[in-house]
Structure formats: structure tokens, C-alpha cells
Design a protein around this ligand. Sequence first.
Ligand code: EPZ
Length: 417
Amino acid sequence: MNKLCIEGDKNLSGSVTISGAKNAALPILFMSILTEGKIQIKNVPKNLTDINIALKLLVYVGVKITYKKILFIDPSSINVFCAPYHLIKKIRASIWMLAPLLARFGKAKIFLPGGCKIGSRPIDLHLNGLIKLGAKINFKNDCIIASVQGRLKGKYILMEKISVGATITIMSAATLAQGITIIDNAACEPEIVDIAKFLNTLGANIIGAGSKKIYIKGVIKLTGGTHQIIPDRIETGTFLVAAAISKGCIICHNTEPKHLTNVLLKLIDAGAKIQIGKNWIKLDMRDKRPKALNIRTAPYPGFPTDLQAQFALLNTISLGIGTITETVFENRFIYISELINMGAKIILKNNTIISYGTPKLLSSNVFCSDLRASATLVLAGCIALGVTIVNKTYHLIRGYESFPKKLNKLGADIKIL
Ligand code: EPZ
């Protein structure tokens, strides 16, 4: 999928089933390297390029994979401790191969990872954490060469900056380290809680995941087990915005409302009527134009940076002036030029965008730059007057399962060119 043709001015309403969380599934796939026990994982999002690349990387090092409705993983015969450049470079998540290979086998050779161009995406916090646990890290031609004599050693680690990825790297390495590791100033995202639950199912000793301090008591080896991936809170937020911008009414099934508290409060501020149940959220914005919002992204439980673009779109058609400040990534406003091409009135000032709401966007020929910006431009096409062509939509299938199909079921008119 590289190009979409979208007939706009639609009202998006109906029910949608949310997929498993990409940002929990990716690290959990790589964490399977930590054990020789057989694993079953349910609710893995299907047909995502990032997931497919992660599975290819696992097969490359010797993991046996069977993927029908449930994903079966057998990591007992890993015999390769490096990974090929052409796969590693495609996804940021490939960095999560480093710690498990190192912790279980004492060695790993991984190229510097790829990922969306939303910032420089350094990995210093990952590597510093592993060094503190006793790893030796060298570099050779864009490749990280890690080793340790015997086992890694548990340590107190104060994160100088909150990092989801580095917290996951250190937590995974510490599961097999000798002694106790404390990660202070840890990231608190629900995905980290899910990963800790998965590792504890395999016999790890992790407490405190989801709080600022995570305690890990290392074990000699892990076993097998079964795990179900949590719902994707970012996909959920994306569909709630779809209803909010199109005067629609959408119910999201198979989701977790408590992972979106901050987001739901903002949607209520925008004038949406929100109802929630145990595993569903309904947003009703029928016959209403949203009110503009002021948002500042932050690590969880703050407002998620992965919904920044979608809410920027909401502000472009809202009543009044809204601002969005991005504090997590340094280059995450690339998409605003495309929204301006569609008639949005947006000014960029340092790491803040100011939007002057306009009743309608106009169709245009737009280009995607990263995963979440792609979803935003597709939603913009659904509400703009006329026919919008969205280019480079290969970014979209990195993280959204059947996005055009799910939107068409809600009343959109999207054709894949
Ligand atoms: C994860 O990225 C997610 N990716 C991102 O989702 C998400 O936006 C991000 O967490 C924040 O929630 C996956 O889970 C695959 P970070 P990650 O480490 O781990 C800096 C999406 O759209 N930093 O929390 O890369 C970094 O530059 C993606 O699904 C360092 O300086 O994010 C950033 O400014 C986009 N050194 C900040 O920390 C490091 O070693 C937060 O990054 C690591 C990160």
C-alpha cells in the first residue's frame, strides 16, 4: 500500500475492534530471546510491517515461529547472536534484541537501529544501562558489539531521562542478572507493565512496573508461558479522534479505558460525550463542532506524544485557537505542512504549534512522513471537502492493522491505489 484516494466530507460512526498494542508486542517478541521455554502470545496485531520484521529477525537468530491465530515461539535453538543490517535498520524496536542476547548468551552484535524520522533517536540510555550492569560495549562500523564475562550484575540505575525503550532494555537485561536491579525514574507506560507481566509469567521477579521505580531480582533462567497483549491505546485514541473531527459517534471495543485517562479528559474538554465500560469506550460528537484544546505531550500518564498529530488535526477544525507543545521528540511536526496544504491555519513556534480553527479542510495531494502522521493525514482526507490523495502510506502499515478497512466500515470512502 503506497497511495490512498479518499472521498471526504464524511461522518465516521459505528463500532471498531481495537487490535493488540504494537508497542507492547514488539518488545515482547524480542524478550522471548531471554528464555529457552516455549511461548504462546495472543492478540498480536496482524499484518504490521514492524511485527513482520521483528519475526524475521527472531527467525534469523534461530527462533522457531508458528503464527496462526496465536503466535507460537520456540527460542530453544538460538545459535546466532547478531542480526542483519537490512532488517535492523528498518525498525527502531530492533534495539531490543541487544539486551536479551547479551543477558542469555553473554554476547550480541547489533547494528544501530532505524525507525521513524521524528527525532535523532539516540540509544545512549540503553547502552549506559547495560554498561552499569557490567556489559562491555564496543562499536565497529555502525555496529554495537556487546559482551559480558559470566552474568550481568544487578545495580541501582537512575535514568537521567525518562525513556520507554531504555527502561525496557534494562528491565529485560536485569531479569537474568545476578542480584537486584533498581530502575529509578523509569518510564511508566502501560506497555512496560505488560512486558513485566509477560516476563513474570516466564518466571522473572519484577515488581513496580508502571511506577517510577522498578525492582528486578535476577534469576538463573526463565521458563515458557502464555501471554495476551494489551489493547493498543494509540489506535483507540486515533479512532476516538476520527469521531470527534467528523461529528460522528464511534464505539471502540476490546480496549482499556484506564490507559487513556488523560486523552479522554481532553476529548471531554473538546465537547465530546464519552461513555466507558470494562473494555469499551464510546465517543459521541454528533452535530457538534469540537472546541480547541491546549495540549502538552509528556511521558505516561501525561498526554501521549503518539496522539499529538491526531489532536493537532482536531484543533485545525475546532472552534477557537488551540496549542500543542511537543516535549518528547524534537522533530515531530513534519506533517503540519501537509495540513496547511489542506487549508489548516497553523503557526509553528519552537516546539509549539498554534492552530486557528477553520470549519472545513480542503482536499489536496499530501505526503506521509511517519507512522502517526500518516494516520492523521488519512483522517484529514476523510473530513476534507473533495478527494484527497495520501502518498507514502507504507508508513501506515507499520503500526495500524487494516486502517483503511476499519475506517470504511465506519463510513469513510478510501480506495487503495
Ligand atoms: C517508544 O519509542 C515508542 N516506540 C514510540 O512510539 C513512543 O512515541 C515513545 O516510546 C515514547 O512514548 C516503540 O515502542 C517501538 P523513548 P522510544 O526512549 O523507546 C530520548 C510510535 O509511533 N532518548 O521513550 O524510542 C528520545 O530521543 C512510536 O508508535 C535518548 O535521548 O522512545 C526521546 O526524545 C514513535 N536516549 C525521548 O528520550 C535513549 O537512549 C523518549 O524516547 C533513548 C531515548
